[in-house]
Design a protein around this ligand. Sequence first.
Ligand SMILES: *Cc1c(COP(=O)(O)O)cnc(C)c1O
Length: 244
Amino acid sequence: MKDNILNNLNVILDRIEKACLKSNRNRNEVKLLLATKTVSSEKIKVALQANQTLIAENKVQELKEKFDDLKDIPHTNHFIGHLQTNKIKDVLKYDVSCIQSVDRLDLAEKLQQRLTLENKTIEVLIQVNTSNEESKFGIQPENTIELVRQIAQLDRLKIKGLMTIGLFSSETEKVRKCFQILKSIQQEIIKQNIPNVEMNELSMGMSGDLETAIEEGATIVRVGTAIFGQRMYPDSYYWNENKG
Ligand SMILES: *Cc1c(COP(=O)(O)O)cnc(C)c1O
């Protein structure tokens, strides 16, 4: 088990490095985030002990279950799943430094309320639905800038960039299109110079498409399967509103 994870991790690090070379990017610009949904604490520990530091869950329940097991190993937690407003209190309890999946004003406002009460701030990425698939969350591309402007007024939320899940397709050029859309929204937001908004992070690319994402400007790639192996549940279990 351990060797597998370490081997897989090396393969991924190698893929990231090659993609950076190919697209003339500095390796330091791209962070590897481990998507740990359904992965046991034991397996996550193997990766953390191999100097990985950034992990993310999709469900608050899993964050909670693994929290104690992992708390003594230094690492950073992001949240990448659909966040229901009744789970906000919990997500803040378990040391999440960035919520990558903010995709609606209602959620942002409730976060603001709770953060004010706790006298905290949190980093957020705005999740954009660049693939137009109904099963995926995220604000529509054409509504993103408006949402960013609204969330920028909430002083407890620190916008750091954008996140997307690319189209699931073996046609690289269709997937690439999604990443290009995210990048172009980022560029437009930068141009508008909105107070309280930073746009340095582009979280895009997963096990199957991280090279394309890096070529299109990803600063965070989120990898699960290619490191920890196949999951028992299909991704629709995590990405579908009804089953959230
Ligand atoms: C599961 C997940 C990933 C990682 O996907 P893999 O294909 O397993 O690498 C990335 N981002 C999000 C939002 C996820 O839910």
